[in-house]
Design a protein around this ligand. Sequence first.
Ligand code: ATP
Ligand code: MG
Length: 257
Amino acid sequence: MKIAFAGKGGVGKTTLAAWTADLLARQGKNVWMVDADTALSLGQASGLAAGALPQPLILREDLVRERIGSGIIDLNPAVDDLPEKLCVDVPGDGPGRKRLLVMGTVTGAGGGCACGANALLKALLSHIVLDRDEWVLVDLEAGVEHLGRGTIQGVDALVVVSEPSHRGLETAASIGRMAGDLGLENQILALNRFSGGEIPALPGLPETVFNLPYFQGLAAKQLTDASVLGLPEIAQVDALVMNLLTALASGAKAQAA
Ligand SMILES: Nc1ncnc2c1ncn2[C@@H]1O[C@H](COP(=O)(O)OP(=O)(O)OP(=O)(O)O)[C@@H](O)[C@H]1O
Ligand SMILES: [Mg+2]
């Protein structure tokens, strides 16, 4: 199954993606973690040291030139070998394997025309989300701008993460609407740091809602450690993630039927 995590900045996309990958790996699944964010955060949230992170694909000018060319852009570059070549293994409690790919984003690619890098990134993302029979978790860049066909193509499910505020929910609703327009109907709203109250009915907001409480143990850990794993609340986190995955799986079945 291939799941993307989207939402406004700072709402918990990376945290939830790291938790999901970790639970799946502990259940024996192999997981590709795709960091499509500008900040190199999914690896660090999973306990990788900054120095162990792979170089973002977008900055690999050599690869871009080799696969895309420097004149007319090849929109169908060969990318089959790239996931293995570019990934790093993320240590965990196994037995499944967690592998991290860092895409970077076009906005993070600096000045000049980034068309080539963008084409390579999109090709790789659709390849790994279309052709691989493994778990793929894509941690998307904050906001809605990136949510084009290239990044969402081949994804089975979307977790829209939001804080429980009207502005946050408006962004979540825009994301839900855009993804729906692109044919991705299997969506869940993960309401993070929710402590109760009525959720406004905004058109586009995913109908299935999961609440995540504020985790004191996570906040305490984040003061000294970038990793969001190994929390005192792990049993509660695992149960929440398991429910989320079950709901997404039944949504995927319903969409396929
Ligand atoms: N339920 C929670 N309880 C306590 N702290 C949380 C919770 N969820 C997320 N956080 C903390 O909030 C911060 C932001 O979370 P995270 O980096 O996952 O958000 P993000 O949506 O990926 O942000 P960005 O848009 O910058 O990529 C992190 O320090 C994370 O540990
Ligand atoms: Mg993030």
